[in-house]
Design a protein around this ligand. Structure first.
Ligand code: 9YW
Length: 415
């Protein structure tokens, strides 16, 4: 039974209060992985689900920032580790963030549990609010309600082709030597290239050299992309946080959230690419749209946006893509010349992204397509196991095995 296997993966990857995405490849606590993992735990141990989020927020910085990795203990299996980031915090963390799905997950836990969980919600709410305010303050660089990524890792879609052109502005010619660990665990053909890694490390060094001063980094960073994924996810999370603010009677927070939601609902227009008929990221420094259709293009449904003309074009793309590959939703349009079914965020299907797309489609009244996305996710896991990602054409597994968030999505939605 896959259910039991999924539960056992979460239990085996539990390091005591937090869960590693995969014991070998990613031996620390990752921000958005933990949020999804909580949804999995919630299906059999609601207390443990809350603990996952509570542990993550123990690593929050005083300015509201919530890091993308928390180094609760050292492990030589991953690069870049705590020394390279040099956050100077306790616990040691990275200096960049990740997609803010936590508020949405906390709302789901609250909806499932009810009043008995109120003290836990009361304790977490101000922390969630502080993180969202951090995004508004430091990452809405154009004042349009969008989210700017200052590092490809912040988007959670490390090597998406959307970062290729903006990434050319990163000077990676002089990066201090380092040794990658990912390619010693996994086939290099499934991973980002050497040039991409040099850019990741160069941006990391850039932030560290500025003492992780988020205001200064935001002003000076050579890579500044209004990311469609982060923007849609924050808009969705703002709505869920608003529901929580209302449940707790937090009037001031609620009115700030309403204002930000209204701003973002207008701001996303800047990410709509009429020519390709899809949402996409845009380079904030040049204004150039990426022009790519990626799985993140379909997160507008999850963001709660309803725009009949645009939705029809997006659904048209899903129909076309779904006729071309066996499994939705490839991370890059298979019609794109750069489509690579095995290489990470340039082709493979990711269960967590499918979950967000499927949820969004179901909530906005596109039940048939939502069901296709769910069924494809289930079939992939059923056939290939709990891998990091999957080839959308054959369903072959890619990346690490026994993957926590894939197991979680099986338990809470796909299985
Ligand atoms: C890395 C842990 C993380 C995910 C990201 C994914 C990958 C880390 O793994 O990034 O070092 O490449 O892209 O979304 O959180 O599962």
């Amino acid at each position: 039974m896959r259910d039991e296997e999924a539960r056992n993966i979460l239990i085996a990857n539990d390091r005591g209060g937090y869960t590693v995405p995969n014991g070998r490849v990613y031996p620390f606590q990752w921000n958005w992985d933990s949020a999804f993992v909580a949804l999995g735990f919630a299906t059999f141990d609601r207390d443990r689900a809350w603990v996952e989020i509570e542990t993550l927020f123990k690593a929050q910085w005083t300015d509201g920032f919530l890091p993308h990795i928390v180094f609760w203990q050292d492990d030589p299996g991953y690069f870049p580790g705590p020394e390279r980031w040099a956050s100077g915090t306790d616990p040691l963390t990275s200096g960049i963030t990740q997609p803010p799905v936590a508020a949405t997950v906390v709302r789901a836990l609250w909806d499932q549990g009810g009043v008995a969980d109120r003290p836990r919600l009361e304790a977490l709410f101000p922390k969630l609010m502080a993180w969202h305010r951090w995004f508004w303050r430091y990452r809405d660089r154009s004042g349009q309600g969008l989210v700017v990524a200052l590092h490809p890792w912040e988007t959670g879609r490390d090597n998406a082709p959307e970062w290729d052109r903006p990434g050319a502005a990163i000077d990676a010619s002089d990066v201090a030597p380092y040794v990658r660990r990912d390619t010693s665990h996994l086939d290099a053909s499934m991973r980002p290239t050497a040039l991409e890694y040099d850019r990741y490390v160069a941006l990391l060094d850039f932030g560290r050299e500025r003492g992780w001063d988020h205001g200064r980094i935001a002003a000076e960073n050579p890579f500044q992309v209004a990311d469609v994924g982060l923007t849609m996810i924050l808009l969705r999370a703002d709505r869920d946080l608003l529901a929580l603010a209302e449940a707790l009677g937090r009037q001031d927070d609620a009115s700030d959230l309403r204002e930000r939601i209204a701003l973002a609902e207008q701001g996303v227009d800047w990410l709509w690419n009429e020519e390709v008929g899809a949402y996409g990221s845009r380079d904030l420094l040049t204004g150039e749209p990426s022009g790519f259709i990626t799985s993140a293009s379909f997160l507008s449904f999850y963001a709660g946006l309803k725009h009949p003309d645009r939705d029809a074009r997006l659904l048209g793309h899903l129909d076309r893509i779904g006729a071309r590959v066996r499994y939705l939703t490839p991370s890059l349009d298979p019609a794109d010349p750069g489509f690579d079914m095995m290489r990470y965020w340039r082709g493979p299907v990711w269960a967590v992204v499918n979950y967000m797309i499927g949820q969004g489609l179901a909530e906005t009244g596109h039940g048939a397509m939502a069901e296709r996305v769910r069924r494809d996710t289930r079939d992939l896991i059923q056939t290939s196991g709990f891998y990091e990602a999957f080839d959308p054409t054959s369903g072959a597994p890619t990346g690490g095995d026994d993957f926590s968030w894939t197991a979680a999505i099986w338990l809470c939605w796909a299985g």
